[in-house]
Design a protein around this ligand. Structure first.
Ligand code: AMP
Ligand code: MG
Length: 481
């Protein structure tokens, strides 16, 4: 590994250095060797992956640390939070010379653990491991994981479960909530911290007239783009608190997430979200709300040449980039999913008509796009109670496609419509077997989800392609992890 240890150059008030505390009976779970290769891991590093991913081996070049941050959770100010069960154990350069954080989740309690035990259970580690892999393979900016280990140590949740650790990778673990903590508790650190965020993550903004405004605009745009990816692929993050969004717009901390099956825009996967704040359809506006909260923390950075009110206006104007950026990417992606030209004035309307059918007929989001792609119009129509509605849609759809370059539109569809997503019941099956020490299903899903856009007849099972039948109880997903 080639180290680029930069977070420890910040004020020690921003973190606490400590070693991981390994679990009893740590043992191999799964290793993502191709990611390790991307990260320039040596043969020696790879041979030691179990020790590294279980907190038994750390590095001289980096003293592990827990970060402090704060946040708004479910819309309420939650005060000080921080890495309560994870440690940053290294910052290394990948093959593209980009700095990547290695963060060991489940590594024991820290000064920021509050009432928690500092641990993660095998169930939630497998969910995060598979989802990170799935999102990356789908082209959604997201954290990923090099590997995870299981153990023989019991960890108490609603029931006793097995403890596990996961080595997460992300281009950034600086959350919106970092700024909230600094502004609230240590405001003197704000200028230097912001400067470092710009240098490390948005160096191009240093050239701008107003680097802070350029930085804010970029953070806002990247977050909007990330959320447009989620909407297109049908991903519900589940817990979009300000401490779970980072400043580079790569998906992070998606514990109670879900990939949407039947198209239900008001679907909430997280059973702990009693007020349905984080439904699929609300993700764009929650992203906007979080960024608005975040911008407040940049108010004290008012440069001399602005008066305070002008500066607040200038910050508010940065947020005006959110909606157009989101819509541009979402509309473009949706046209691509539909096989319609994005420049055509009726493409978006037609896509909305298709989504209305999926919603009213409760059809599977992922499979319906594949059927459209395969031109299985009769199959789609047969699934509809309101066949007239479908025929109307199809007439409009074919009218728009008539006379277009269909070879190109069809090729575009194949690049964006996945055959496979990680349905809750798929992850659940892999977890139940892994808890009995059988990792074969996890291995199968890992392979399947490596190439979601390619039909893999030999690897797929019929259950991968459809929601559970409605008489089978759905998998309960909550914040408990
Ligand atoms: P999350 O919603 O998983 O992102 O967690 C919110 C906060 O609670 C973060 O500060 C976590 O580090 C902390 N936390 C969650 N679970 C635990 C745990 N089992 N032990 C200690 N801290 C935890
Ligand atoms: Mg979190």
């Amino acid at each position: 590994m080639q180290f680029n240890s930069r977070y420890p150059s910040l004020s020690p008030k921003l973190y606490h250095q400590q070693q991981p505390s390994p679990l009893e009976g740590a043992k191999a779970g799964h290793f993502n060797e191709s990611l390790a290769n991307e990260l320039n891991w040596s043969e020696d590093d790879k041979n030691n992956w179990v020790e590294i991913c279980s907190g038994q081996k750390t590095f001289q070049e980096f003293k592990p640390l827990a970060m402090v941050y704060a946040g708004h959770q479910f819309g309420q100010w939650a005060g000080q939070l921080g890495d309560g069960r994870g440690l940053l154990i290294a910052q290394i350069l990948d093959k593209n010379n980009q700095t990547i954080d290695l963060h060991l989740k489940g590594a024991g309690s820290t000064p920021y653990s509050r009432m928690g035990d500092g641990r993660a259970v095998l169930r939630s580690v497998i969910r995060e491991y598979l989802a990170g892999h799935a999102l990356n393979s789908l082209g959604v900016p997201s954290s990923n994981s090099v590997g995870f280990t299981s153990s023989t140590q019991g960890v108490q949740r609603e029931k006793l479960e097995l403890g596990a650790m996961m080595l997460r990778t992300s281009d950034c673990h600086i959350r919106l909530g970092h700024f909230e903590w600094i502004n609230q508790y240590q405001a003197d650190l704000l200028p230097e911290f912001t400067q470092k965020c710009i240098e490390w993550h948005y160096p191009e903004c240093l050239e701008a007239d107003q680097p802070i405004l350029a930085f804010a605009t970029k953070v806002i745009q990247r977050t909007a783009i990330m959320i447009s990816h989620w909407q297109l692929v049908g991903f519900a993050h589940g817990v979009m608190n300000t401490d779970n969004l980072n400043i580079t717009g790569s998906t992070l901390d998606f514990g109670p997430y879900g990939f949407m099956e039947r198209f239900r825009p008001n679907w909430i996967n997280n059973h702990s979200d009693y007020k349905a704040r984080y439904t699929y359809q609300q993700q764009p506006s929650i992203g906007h709300w979080n960024l608005w909260q975040w911008l407040n923390n940049l108010v004290p950075l008012c440069p001399q040449e602005f008066d305070k009110e002008q500066w607040k206006d200038a910050l508010a104007q940065c947020l005006e980039h959110f909606e157009p950026t989101f819509l541009e990417h979402y509309k473009h992606g949706l046209s691509q999913k539909m096989g319609l030209p994005s420049f055509h004035k009726d493409s978006f309307d037609c896509a909305m008509a298709f989504l209305r059918i999926l919603q009213s007929e409760q059809l599977d989001y992922t499979q319906s796009f594949i059927r459209l792609q395969n031109k299985e119009y009769e199959v789609l129509k047969d699934d509809c109670l309101d066949r007239f509605q479908f025929e109307n849609f199809l007439a409009q759809y074919q009218a728009i496609r008539n006379g277009q370059d269909l070879t190109e539109l069809d090729a575009e569809m194949q690049k964006i419509n996945p055959h496979y997503i990680l349905r809750n019941h798929m992850a659940q099956k892999a977890i139940e077997l892994a808890e009995r020490n059988d990792f074969s299903e996890l291995e199968r899903l890992f392979k399947l989800l490596s190439q979601p856009f390619t039909k893999q007849i030999d690897l797929e099972k019929s259950e991968d392609l459809a929601p559970l039948p409605s008489d089978v109880p759905e998998v309960i997903v909550s914040c408990s992890s």
